[in-house]
Design a protein around this ligand. Structure first.
Ligand code: ADP
Ligand code: MG
Length: 600
């Protein structure tokens, strides 16, 4: 008996499914690609439980007759290529002929299709790759594919599916990518019977506005360039649309969304000096070139491509973006983006009220909490909170108690503190001197306080005089629903306001935000950027919040503010590292200094 055997088709299909079908979003991607290839201009996607129980795609495309419907689910069955040469001239999204077979292998699937013009349709049923039935069906235009109980026969894979919310967010991402390159197609997305969006046929600018928010309308620069056989076009966002996360960058090659680090780099390089590290501009760019000059068959889900003239394409993209951004004034962000933030002490609820607290130890001067510069005075008054002496005392107490890790030897609250370049705080300690990074220090403080208040539910909200409506993209909105309960524990109050917007009614008391809209979006960016890291939702929200609420590098601090910051830092559990593990304090010992000055 030989030990090697050829695997059955059913088994090979299941194995192959691993490449194409990773999660509900990849099913939606393949099915919608097929609908687009079939020439549909109306595509409806129905999802239940993040796609785990149902993924359904209904289109009005050219449809299939009975024989094609049966063949479509065979492996390597495709109508899109026939000869080897065809691989060099691919104009469709699909061509490998394996998606339907792969999906059918790991789910229960119904396909109903009517060939355009035919007077009867057919229903085909397959379960776990096994043919069940094919029967006549009333003629409904196009094709409807219904995928139920994903991975019901591969329990190991089912276990790897994430929460319904997370799986659904990936589906929204996929849909967004299609919607942005096909504004001429009507897309409707439903989740658990609720309509998430319905996008009518429109132009690209309107499509972007509907998928993101109205704020995008005035902040998009259209662009269009040709270079021989290549052309590039679309919209790039000005600096008002810069985000802290890569999510809003869309690059298409011949109508196919691709993630290509090099080409994304070309685009961002086109912004040249306008962006700083950690800033990601919005763009929706389509590149068109002869199909023979780009190989799309280098990746199973076709997310990556290979360019024949890589550097020519790179230069073209970079120069086109650079050219459109030429008129620098167009891209200058609103003043608000540069408005100086003032550092305010966050409110902390004391667990014990001190009987006596020496006046001189007050770490924070309430007077200092008043806005000082002109730019700040324009900000709404609801941010400047007046606190009575008693509250300050209570806070002061809290800042100096519960020291788990001792401050550097010899640190005293009376030590002189200085600010260096509006970025670092320098202070003398017994052993030499310490340098503190003001941003990460504040981040650490806020992080611990946020975690604590999420457990105790005690942080106070501060009503806004003028509640703010924040419009969100579909992705941001579903992420927000996920973290809203935690934000509320921090003192945010927000309620749904229309389908894709929230009304922010209160923010954590004592915080000076400047712009709630930005802060909510920044928290969301940060939160989603950390989506892959294996931390609890609480600590992610706390980290996002603290990073965004903390005093920034570049913010001038008064002496009181610095002292307060340092005192509170040493009251945290770990004053030496920020929530992301960056160092907060750098120690330079006297010995080190003496060495450098060649005293020893
Ligand atoms: P590929 O898209 O790579 O050809 P698939 O397995 O996705 O492979 O689909 C197999 C074939 O089934 C396609 O080539 C196409 O002819 C047909 N097909 C799939 N979906 C549809 C649809 N929604 N409308 C019409 N034909 C379809
Ligand atoms: Mg396909």
């Amino acid at each position: 008996m030989p030990k090697i055997r050829i695997l059955s088709e059913q088994l090979t299909n299941k194995i192959a499914a691993g490449e194409v079908v990773q999660n509900p979003a990849s099913i939606i991607k393949e099915l919608v690609e097929n609908s687009i290839d079939a020439g549909a201009d109306q595509i409806t996607v129905n999802i239940r439980n993040g796609g785990k129980t149902l993924c359904q795609v209904i289109d009005n495309g050219e449809g299939m007759n009975k024989d094609d419907l049966l063949l479509a689910f065979e492996r390597y069955a495709t109508s899109k290529i026939a000869e080897v040469e065809d691989l060099l001239n691919i104009r469709t999204l699909g061509f490998r002929g394996e998606a339907l077979a792969s999906i059918a292998a790991v789910a229960q699937l119904d396909a109903v299709s009517t060939l355009l013009g035919a007077d009867t349709g057919h229903l085909l049923r397959i379960e776990g790759g096994t043919f069940k039935t094919i029967q006549p069906h009333s003629p409904e235009p196009g094709t409807a594919i219904t995928v139920k109980s994903l991975f019901y026969n591969v329990p190991a894979r089912r276990k790897f599916l994430k929460s319904s919310e997370l799986e659904f967010r990936k589906i929204v991402d996929v849909m967004r990518k299609f919607a942005l390159i096909h504004p001429e197609i009507e897309f409707r997305l439903m989740h658990n019977e609720r309509e998430v969006f319905r996008l009518r046929k429109e132009n690209l600018q309107e499509r972007i506005v509907h998928l993101f928010s109205t704020e995008y309308r005035e902040n998009l620069l259209p662009f269009e360039f040709d270079l021989g056989d290549m052309s590039v076009g679309g919209f790039i966002g000005n600096l008002n649309l810069v985000r802290a996360r890569r999510g809003e960058q869309f690059f298409y090659v011949n109508q196919r969304f691709v993630s290509d680090r090099l080409m994304n780099n070309a685009i961002v390089t086109g912004y040249s000096g306008l962006l700083s590290r950690g800033e990601y501009p919005f763009y929706c760019i389509r590149l068109q070139l002869p199909p023979g000059k780009v190989d799309v068959n280098v990746h199973p889900s076709k997310m990556e491509v290979k360019f024949q003239e890589e550097s020519r394409v790179y230069q073209f993209l970079k120069n086109s973006v650079g050219e459109s951004l030429h008129e620098i004034t167009k891209v200058a962000p609103d003043l608000a983006r540069f408005a100086p933030a003032t550092y305010y002490a966050p409110p902390v609820v004391p667990r014990t009220v001190p009987e006596q607290f020496p006046e001189s130890h007050l770490p924070f001067d309430p007077q200092a909490a008043k806005p000082s510069t002109g730019a700040q005075q324009e900000m709404p008054i609801h941010f400047s909170q007046k606190l009575d002496q008693e509250t300050w005392k209570q806070r002061a107490h809290r800042y100096t108690e519960q020291v788990d890790v001792p401050p550097p030897d010899g640190y005293s609250v009376h030590a002189q503190v200085h600010q260096l370049h509006n970025k670092y705080i320098i202070s003398q300690v017994k052993s030499g001197l310490i340098l503190i990074d003001q941003h990460v220090a504040h981040e650490r403080i806020l992080y611990e306080e946020a975690l604590q208040s999420m457990q105790s539910d005690q942080w106070k909200a501060q009503q806004l005089l003028f509640p703010q409506v924040v419009e969100l993209s579909v992705t941001d909105f579903s992420a927000l629903l996920e973290i809203l309960p935690y934000l509320e524990k921090l003192g945010f109050r927000a309620k749904e306001f229309g389908k894709q917007a929230i009304m922010v009614e209160a923010v954590p008391a004592g915080m000076r935000w400047g712009n709630e809209k930005t802060i909510i979006k920044e928290i969301l960016d940060f939160y989603q950027e950390f989506g892959t890291k294996d931390t609890s939702i609480q600590s992610k929200v706390a980290a996002s919040y603290s990073c965004k609420a903390a005093v920034k590098s570049g913010d001038p601090l008064t002496e009181e503010e610095m002292r307060n910051l340092v005192d509170r830092l040493f009251a945290t559990k770990n004053p030496y590292f920020c929530p992301h593990g960056r160092p907060i304090i750098v120690n330079i010992s006297l010995k080190e200094l003496d060495k450098r000055f060649e005293r020893i």
